[in-house]
Design a protein around this ligand. Structure first.
Ligand SMILES: Nc1ncnc2c1ncn2[C@@H]1O[C@H](COP(=O)(O)OP(=O)(O)OP(=O)(O)O)[C@@H](O)[C@H]1O
Length: 284
């Protein structure tokens, strides 16, 4: 495993605020352990990419960080607050400081583009109409969709909808933003725009960005630190430059996109599957 990014390769000092901290965390669904003994920390202004094969636990990690899934062991802190044993009200207060771009957008199909982006402002702030319009149009402009504000969701393309979701995730200027597959379904130009937008938000607003992605070139261009998960654990972490030099077979296969190697394609055999096979009378 490569060592975590050394501070000389990033723009942070040791005093830069840690906003997300996994300390030897194990995440599981019942008896099924997804990631064991994972340590990872994210600081203000940092862009962190979390990469790994399908089913390696990237979304699970985000669910834990947003308090949707408890940790099995270890300690998880958000904005310095441990999440274990946290009350609903306090968790909600922490969540207010986070933004999430969901993998499947989760937009409201019966609202127009403007109202989709305005939604979090209407729900969680007391801004007046003029302030809302100003913020929404500013964010739509950032994703190149100012002039699409009036369109219904049914009138925009899949890639445009992804950009609307991106504008909505950042409209409240959160301190910590999770992007689940932000480049999926985007054409190469929009991909570059989205990547640069994520980087510039972290630079300008000082927010921490956690980008869950399979996309190596885009994320390596903007990330300060990359974490690669697989085989139930953290396989490697470091700056894009240090990972590019890694000789670890898992890291190499993942970065080079080679079809054969240690990156699992098949979902692992479990007791639950074997039991299911018995009920079906088929071989595992
Ligand atoms: N609610 C759940 N209950 C049980 N197992 C789950 C649940 N959600 C996910 N899993 C399992 O946890 C593992 C990790 O899933 P996760 O969605 O975190 O992977 P991922 O790395 O985000 O994958 P992808 O890149 O394909 O989206 C998978 O094996 C998945 O089947």
């Amino acid at each position: 495993m490569t060592s975590p990014a050394d501070s000389s390769s990033t723009r942070f000092t040791s005093e830069t605020k840690t906003v997300l901290d996994f300390e030897r965390v194990t995440l599981a669904y019942g008896d099924f352990t997804v990631l064991a003994d994972l340590s990872m920390s994210v600081r203000a202004s940092e862009v962190v990419a979390v990469m790994g094969g399908s089913g390696s636990g990237k979304t699970t990690l985000m669910r834990a960080a947003t308090g949707q899934l408890g940790v099995k062991s270890g300690e998880l802190k958000v904005f310095g607050h441990p999440l274990s044993g946290i009350g609903r009200v306090e968790l909600e207060r922490l969540r207010q400081r986070m933004g999430v771009l969901f993998q499947h957008g989760a937009l409201f199909t019966d609202l127009d583009v403007f109202e989709n982006v305005a939604f979090p402002l209407r729900e969680h702030t007391r801004l007046n109409e003029a302030e809302i319009a100003d913020k929404v149009l500013h964010n739509l402009e950032a994703v190149g969709l100012r002039a699409a504000a009036h369109l219904k969701l049914s009138e925009v393309s899949g890639g445009m909808a992804r950009r609307v979701a991106l504008a909505r995730a950042i409209v409240r200027e959160p301190e910590l933003v999770f992007y689940d597959e932000p480049f999926a379904g985007l054409d190469p130009i929009s991909m570059g725009v989205a990547a640069r937008l994520i980087r510039s938000l972290s630079d300008k607003l000082g927010c921490a960005s956690v980008v869950i992605t399979h996309d190596v070139p885009e994320s390596f261009e903007i990330a300060d630190t990359v974490y690669i998960v697989g085989q139930g654990k953290l396989k490697a972490s470091g700056s894009p430059e240090s990972l590019n030099e890694s000789t670890d077979p898992y890291v190499r296969q993942f970065l080079d996109g080679a079809p054969d190697g240690p990156v699992a394609f098949d979902y692992p055999l479990t007791d639950a599957f074997e039991k299911w096979c018995q009920t079906k009378g088929v071989k595992p």
